[in-house]
Design a protein around this ligand. Structure first.
Ligand SMILES: [Cu+2]
Length: 239
């Protein structure tokens, strides 16, 4: 079949998918007159807990306990929520990499439990003297699946594309971590007070995404003006 015949044989939607240009690569450069997004993420609803009962390796994994599914401070600020701007074409340079990103298995927890990384290399580490099997997923699709039987084992891996990755352990079913892989440096993780800052944003309109696992991702439009802060309070609500 010649090329034309092949194209004729494809459905319009498949063809459209083939010829649609991929997302533009992020272009980094100096930003002058940028604005700052200063936000607070709050949650005023009930805080359910989940019961964690380690069934094996209890000498490392600890005793049964209750953990909140969303960490809320005294002023309703939400800790460890991920915030990022999506589909940014151009802006500031990536921060100088201090170290290669990693996720550690430490006392049967993921450390850090929530993090944002530039899509790319990621080390998976085990500082426990027991087997962990660290399994990351983009949705239902496996991103990585690594057995780490030895203490202080380190396996180079990768999150090659942007997206939200849930991290489980196939040995300890209660372990859960979250990694947001991003394609631009406009992101933050909220502190204990629920606050975050995203600086040096070129003036314009953006899609801001908030991701907290219990609530799920939320998108909103935000307009950033040059040379001044844009204050934002984002209230998370469980449907
Ligand atoms: Cu484990």
């Amino acid at each position: 079949m010649n090329t034309l015949g092949l194209i004729n044989g494809l459905s319009a939607s498949v063809l459209a998918a083939m010829i649609s240009t991929p997302a533009q690569a992020y272009e980094a450069g100096p930003v002058t007159g940028g604005g700052t997004i200063e936000g607070t993420i709050v949650y005023r609803g009930n805080v359910p807990t989940r019961t964690i009962i380690p069934t094996k390796d209890i000498e490392v994994c600890g005793a049964p306990r209750e953990e909140p599914v969303i960490r809320v401070g005294p002023d309703q600020g939400v800790e460890s929520a991920i915030v990022y701007l999506a589909e940014v074409a151009k802006g500031k340079a990536w921060p100088a990499a201090a170290a290669k990103p990693e996720i550690d298995n430490a006392k049967c927890r993921f450390v850090p439990e929530v993090q944002v990384i530039q899509a790319g290399p990621l080390d998976v580490v085990n500082t426990d003297p027991i087997l962990h099997n660290t399994h990351g997923y983009y949705g239902k699709r496996t991103a990585f699946n690594l057995a780490l039987p030895n203490k202080d084992q380190r396996i180079p891996s990768e999150l090659s594309r942007p997206g939200t990755v849930r991290v489980d352990c196939d040995v300890h079913g209660w372990m859960e971590g979250w990694i947001q892989a991003v394609d631009n440096p406009y992101y933050a993780v909220t502190g204990a007070d629920g606050k975050f800052t995203i600086a040096d944003v070129p003036p314009g309109n953006y899609k801001l995404v908030t991701m907290q696992p219990f609530i799920g991702p939320i998108e909103q439009q935000v307009t950033v003006a040059g040379g001044k802060p844009t204050a934002l309070t984002i209230e998370l609500k469980k449907e």
